[in-house]
Ligand binder design. Sequence first.
Ligand code: ARG
Length: 461
Amino acid sequence: ARVSLWGGRFAGGPDQALAALSKSTHFDWRLAPHDIAGSRAHARVLHAAGLLTQEHLAAMLDGLDRLEADVVSGAFLPAQDDEDVHTALERGLIDRVGAELGGRLRAGRSRNDQVATLFRMYLREHARVVGGLVLDVVDALVAQAKQHLGVSMPGRTHLQHAQPVLLSHHLLAHAWALLRDVDRLRDWDARTDASPYGSGALAGSSLGLDPELVAKDLGFARAVENSIDGTASRDFVAEFAFVAAMTAVDISRIAEEVVIWATKEFSFVTLDDAYSTGSSIMPQKKNPDVAELARGKAGRLVGDLAGLLTTLKALPLAYNRDLQEDKEPVFDAVDTLEVLLPAFSGMVATLTFHTDRLESLAPQGFALATDIAEWLVREGVPFRIAHEVAGACVRDCEERGIELWDLTDDDFARISEHLTPEVRSVLSVEGSLASRDAVGGTAPVRVGEQLVAAGERASLA
Ligand code: ARG
């Protein structure tokens, strides 16, 4: 039988077209476990306020247990006529405990405070899952960095050779960005640790129900301070969507590098067979689909965030039905990350790095020119002049098709009186790397410390 939540005021039921538009069970059904948990807590607070007898409470909790078991087993599902998850579960409870008792649970609560609370519970749960999956990517990066400590590679700016860096330094740069995303999730969680249950439709509850009691019961640290804010605010959803989008964008930056690194021209990495795909027509193909999907899905998560913010923009207080549009974008963000991240961490963990190639390319493209300039500065030459002298070395080499270390003592002397043969001491990748030994630099000793620090951060998170 159709359970109408507002039958008294209306002569007839909704038009089919309205019902079809209004319906949200196809996406909000995933909140069912949280709705039932909320109902249990609400039943207990009704009892505490003297609005449910001990027997009624026991029968209600028993009915909710049975309902939950049927939801879990799939025996109870939303029906054609159920508008949303809350309506469906009220029908399920009434089926199990009767209309007299089942009809008591709705006192002092509204779907407005209900949905705001359940949504927080759901997202907090998944923030933990997503955070764990991001840490798996961090672990994979840290493990690769550890395994290849000491291997140099061309560091780039503008995608041009810039200065040699350690491969580990480069990989850890991605790890730190992802660790901040995990931090963001944790900060978000602390802000979202407040329950709107008891806010009612918007003005709060008049029945002597204690929102703090419900909050504790549902695992929240506190109740919200303002019932209008509690039912109308969705910044917690938008902020979650931002962190999800930021995470995906950070992942996409690794992804793009993997795509480039796996090309014939770069040949920096080979993907494991388990994390690459073939071609239906070209037998030789091995494609980096995991990385490409990561790149593509980042766009999707940015879209989720943009759609959500657009829905929220200029929405007056308090609850408006527009807010029903808040769920699908973040559900999509959660689902996308939960399927993407395991594939991505697997791909990173199984990458084979071609270290000989990385090392042989590290000094190419005159990547040691800055080292010449800085050597001159240590010799007392002003940097403006040092920069010009090093630039002249590059021009000389470029014209003659040689590398900086091919310059003879005579060449150096011809280019500048400041260039004594000792300059050769910095014309090696080892010398260049070792000289960048300030905190955060790419010197092996610093990167070794960084590796430990990143590993610790990941295990604390
Ligand atoms: N399903 C709605 C939502 O997700 C909650 C119901 C509130 N409906 C209402 N007419 N007040 O936002």
